[in-house]
Design a protein around this ligand. Structure first.
Ligand SMILES: *Cc1c(COP(=O)(O)O)cnc(C)c1O
Length: 387
């Protein structure tokens, strides 16, 4: 049986595809993998796979861009994105914002610097927000070739002035990569503001069910696509067809889920704000958030699904103990899970993970799920009672 009238692209698990004769082989291999003359002619799934291609096309529609490539993880996507701009014959400097995912920071320290010997500059926020003046000074001083930042930081939820940062970076001739995992294209599309590459940990909101690891690299420029495809093939960062197939199912509810995550997060943030045992709530929709005005400007459709808050206490030890009590009370229903963007509300205590960087023993990061908002609030209410 060759073809049936199935509604969607099937799950093609072939590792290598059937090339029927020598002319077909020649045709397949003479075409560049990235621009196949016959897109139906597949060779080998580490290069290109029809199920993966279909999911990538759906992601490009969501991101509103020309092309998207899937990788086995968000970090593989970051590796691919950086590789696009890394050419050994031109010595380069890369600038990374400091407020980025911990795994990305370790990748920079141990791989980019430690193993590849790249010249790296870090750009830190001034207090609780990024200063555009300081950023421009740094660009003028160090002239990096690549600028890398996250649109919404973790766990303090600093919202970057994405259009301004891109335009300053471009003024100094840098290429810009944005990790858009937290904001998602539902609320922010950095490519529309001239970013060269957007990456996502698809493990988070794109997959959205806490049971799939994947990454995405997206862009508009076809030369960058060529570089990205070549590197993904060379290092074997391709996503498996099974995972691509499952991800495609999850993408069908992407807009519905994200709307609910973001609406719920805002409701929960407002609930926590008035709670007597809560010292502070960090959520960009709240007028007291240090980057509220920037968030209003750059986020089109809601302020994200993460809410960070501090439990009150008179000392480090009391805050720590109350935070522990809170976690024990809610953990049947809101579990301590070190990820985010799950359909279920989950949490992470901040101090045990970030330690000296965020030494706040009462601080909790909630990744708000898509349950009914009143259900989430009832669990939090119980957890915060008479602490
Ligand atoms: C999780 C995460 C990553 C890494 O993604 P993996 O899928 O775990 O490799 C990168 N950036 C951000 C913002 C993340 O939250």
């Amino acid at each position: 049986m060759k073809k049936v009238n199935s509604k969607r692209t099937p799950l093609y698990r072939d590792s290598g595809f059937w090339l029927r004769n020598i002319p077909t082989i020649k045709k397949a291999f003479s075409d560049e993998v990235e621009h196949p003359a016959d897109p139906e002619l597949y060779i080998y799934s580490r290069y290109r796979n029809p199920t993966v291609v279909e999911t990538e096309q759906e992601l490009s529609i969501i991101e509103g861009c020309q092309w998207s490539l899937l990788t086995q993880s968000g970090l593989a996507a970051i590796d691919v994105a950086l590789s696009i701009f890394q050419m050994a014959h031109t010595p380069q400097k890369w600038l990374f914002f400091t407020e980025i995912y911990g795994g990305t920071n370790s990748f920079i320290d141990k791989v980019v610097i430690g193993r590849r010997g790249m010249d790296v500059i870090r750009f830190a926020p001034q207090g609780e927000a990024y200063s555009l003046v300081e950023f421009e000074n740094e660009m003028a001083r160090s002239r990096p070739h690549v600028v890398y930042f996250e649109a919404i930081s973790n766990p303090m939820l600093i919202v970057a002035d994405v259009p301004e940062i891109i335009s300053i970076a471009k003024k100094y001739g840098a290429n810009v990569i944005v990790d858009n995992t937290f904001a998602t294209p539902y609320s922010l599309k950095p490519l529309d503001w001239g970013a060269d590459i957007v990456i996502h940990s698809a493990t988070k909101y794109f997959a959205g069910h806490g049971n799939l690891t994947a990454g995405v690299v997206s862009g508009n420029d076809s030369d960058l696509l060529k570089q990205a495809i070549e590197y993904r093939k060379l290092v074997g960062h391709m996503l498996s067809p099974d995972d691509a197939y499952r991800l495609l199912d999850y993408l069908k509810t992407f807009n519905l889920r994200i709307a609910k995550h973001f609406d719920n997060a805002k409701i929960v943030a407002e609930y926590l704000l008035q709670h007597p045992f809560v010292e502070r709530v960090l959520y960009p929709s709240l007028p007291n958030h240090p980057t509220h005005a920037i968030a209003q400007k750059v986020l089109a459709n809601g302020y994200g699904g993460i809410v960070t808050f501090d439990i009150k206490g008179n000392s480090f030890a009391e805050k720590q103990q109350r935070c522990n009590t809170f976690i024990e009370r809610v953990t049947d229903k809101i579990q301590l899970v070190p990820t985010l963007g799950d359909a279920d509300t989950i949490l992470m205590p901040v101090e045990p993970v970030w330690g000296d960087k965020f030494p706040f023993p009462g601080m909790v990061r909630l990744s708000i799920g898509i349950e009914h908002a009143s259900y989430i609030i009832s669990i939090l209410e119980n957890g915060l009672k008479k602490l």
